[in-house]
Write a new protein. Structure first.
Length: 292
């Protein structure tokens, strides 16, 4: 009987690392842990200790970025210049390859989530899948024909330029683009920035959620005009299913009957994987490609 195989996942976020191990044969998640994202050395060391206790044959990592995904680059697998203090220039992929002695595949957290949605929705290579997270930041990825959009560099669609909602005078939270990009106007910190109240404590009928829906709809429309994905998944904690009603309404307004679209209830959807588990599923499946 062949030896059992296990794959690992790291969802490397700005506030926490979510670690998991899957039994390849059964698909069962057999070990999990969460550790706070502190300094790079400490966080990576604690993550490696988890996988030394729960050994895996390959590891998939979906991380905050920006990261270097160009295999011909001398910084392949590194986190590049990032606002996350102390993490710029960290060789994440190389660290785990050396510490664990296993193959490692690494992409952005949103790419991993998009790949997880691609798997969960049937792994249909005749379709393209878009995933965006609206959370502490805004990021997105596209899987088309089973491959990621972006050969040597990954998308940074959260910094797509947008126009203001009439009457929204917020100065924006993005340190690079202020009020001019999606992240600056729609990410979670913008809710408290406008109101002084954390987003999770705001009433859902607060006008700020209309603003966010407007900006997210602009982003989706721009992506749809550029890449024409078959499914557009809106994840993250800022918007819920009810908010997508507004998003679809604004998307329809921006389109103004220019191109034919599928039913917007089927085009613009929430994640198929529960409890924000899309990235972990994506990491597992990407890790399995290293076992072949």
């Amino acid at each position: 009987m062949a030896d059992k195989k296990y794959v690992g996942s790291i969802e490397a976020g700005g506030t926490k690392f979510i670690l998991a191990v899957q039994d390849v044969e059964t698909g069962e998640t057999v070990a999990t842990d969460r550790i706070p994202t502190t300094g790079a050395d400490e966080t990576l060391k604690k993550s490696a200790e988890f996988f030394k206790k729960h050994p895996v044959d390959a590891l998939g990592i979906g991380t905050f970025g920006p990261i270097d995904i160009n295999p011909n680059s001398h910084t392949f697998g590194y986190i590049l210049d990032t606002p996350k203090r102390g993490w710029s220039g960290t060789n994440v992929k190389g660290f785990f390859e050396k510490e664990l002695g296993i193959p490692v595949i690494m992409t952005t957290d949103v790419n991993a989530s998009c790949y997880g949605e691609y798997i969960a929705r049937g792994k249909d290579d005749t379709k393209s899948y878009f995933y965006v997270t609206i959370g502490t930041g805004v990021g997105a990825g596209i899987v088309q024909g089973g491959k990621f959009l972006g050969l040597n560099n990954h998308p940074e669609m959260g910094h797509m330029l947008i126009k203001r909602y009439p009457g929204d005078n917020y100065e924006g939270k993005c340190p690079f683009h202020g009020a001019d990009c999606v992240e600056g106007m729609a990410a979670g910190p913008s809710l408290e920035g406008r109101t002084g109240i954390p987003g999770e404590k705001l009433s859902r009928d607060n006008e700020v959620f209309t603003y966010v829906a407007y900006y997210v709809a602009q982003m989706l429309f721009n992506v749809y005009m550029s890449a024409r994905p078959d499914v557009m998944v809106v994840g993250g904690s800022v918007l819920n299913e009810d908010d997508l009603v507004k998003v679809r309404k604004y998307f329809d307004k921006f389109n103004n009957n220019y191109v034919a679209t599928p039913d917007l209830d089927e085009l613009i959807v929430r994640p198929a994987v529960a409890n924000n588990g899309s990235a972990t599923l994506g990491d597992f499946e990407l890790a399995k490609t290293l076992l072949k």
